[in-house]
Design a protein around this ligand. Structure first.
Ligand SMILES: Nc1ncnc2c1ncn2[C@@H]1O[C@H](COP(=O)(O)OP(=O)(O)OP(=O)(O)O)[C@@H](O)[C@H]1O
Length: 294
């Protein structure tokens, strides 16, 4: 199993509901002091087989991810797909601990050993985020007051690299995504599709071998979106990153994924190649998804 890049092992993520002003007077159980015990009770209920709705009702806890296990091979492109609220983003965000895991492990091989992102110390986590795991967001998350080149060099700046290195690497990555002529422009001068290419170049600039992509193309119109899907696939063939990509669009999942993991109500209910999933959907839920495919 040395060629795994990322391994989710029995991951649970539970969110205790917090009281809003109207509820605060109503329910003592929503007070912060009770959150931990509510989560423990909710985990016990899940282990005993309770469904998500029941856990939410009885314990005021949302089961976002439930016992999810998934191995992503080095250089593999895995798409996580599912309806809104099925837990895709939450699972993805456990891979760099933007979301903490309630129970379970997220393993990343690093310097001859395996590190559990879910529990490692802050210094190790920071190191992993700066050198191994990069993220591309739906809303680009670029800094408008900075030039394209400066945005691409941001991760390297956090790492303390010199301006020369930052500019050299940024120019290399901008060439990869076809934006060499735009390096000195400001972000606001770029279209949405171009901004997302900058986001991608920024992720590539850190030399992270694992890219987490959370619905990166969903804010773009259909034509641009398709173009970027093709570009990303071509880029992937060239740079061989390990990619975990979230979408709710089956068409996108089939075009991009070496394998697809389908989530339903926090569970991974099927993992397979696009053909395997198309030829043998594991449930009516998965089959319904395939009907969106054109
Ligand atoms: N920070 C949070 N606090 C409380 N509940 C949350 C939080 N983030 C997500 N949830 C809940 O966890 C569940 C899973 O959400 P998540 O965003 O992971 O799903 P998703 O499949 O990515 O959905 P979408 O496609 O709409 O983004 C949902 O019920 C959501 O409301």
């Amino acid at each position: 199993m040395n060629d795994d890049a990322l391994r989710f092992e029995d991951v649970d993520v539970l969110y205790p509901r917090t009281a809003d002003r109207s509820m605060r007077r109503l329910s003592k159980s929503l007070r912060p002091g009770n959150r931990r015990s509510r989560v423990q009770a909710a985990i016990a209920a899940c282990d005993a087989g309770a469904e998500r709705d029941e856990v939410a009702r009885q314990h005021q806890v949302t089961v976002a991810v439930r016992h999810a296990s998934l191995t992503v091979g080095r250089g593999e492109f895995v798409v996580v797909m599912g309806l809104s609220g099925s837990g895709k983003s939450t699972l993805l965000r456990t891979a760099n601990r933007l979301t903490p895991v309630t129970r379970g492990h997220v393993w990343v091989p690093h310097e001859g050993t395996s590190i559990d992102v879910a529990t490692c110390d802050p210094a190790t986590l920071r190191q992993l985020r700066l050198t191994r795991i990069a993220m591309v967001f739906q809303q680009f998350a670029l800094i408008p007051s900075r030039t394209v080149r400066q945005n691409v060099g941001l991760g390297l700046e956090f790492r303390g690299e010199t301006l020369d290195t930052r500019n050299r690497v940024a120019d290399e990555k901008l060439a990869l995504v076809g934006l060499s002529d735009w390096a000195d422009r400001h972000i606001g001068e770029l279209s949405g599709g171009m901004q997302q290419r900058v986001g991608l170049a920024r992720a590539l600039a850190t030399d992270a071998d694992i890219l987490l992509m959370d619905e990166p193309f969903s804010a773009l119109d259909a034509v641009i979106r398709r173009k970027l899907q093709d570009e990303l696939r071509a880029l992937q063939a060239q740079v061989r990153k390990t990619i975990l990509f979230v979408t709710h669009d089956i068409d996108e999942a089939v075009r991009l994924g070496d394998r697809i993991a389908v989530m339903q109500e926090g569970r991974i209910v099927q993992v397979g190649t696009p053909d395997e999933i198309r030829n043998a959907p594991a449930s009516a839920y998965v089959a319904d998804f395939l009907k969106q495919d054109r």
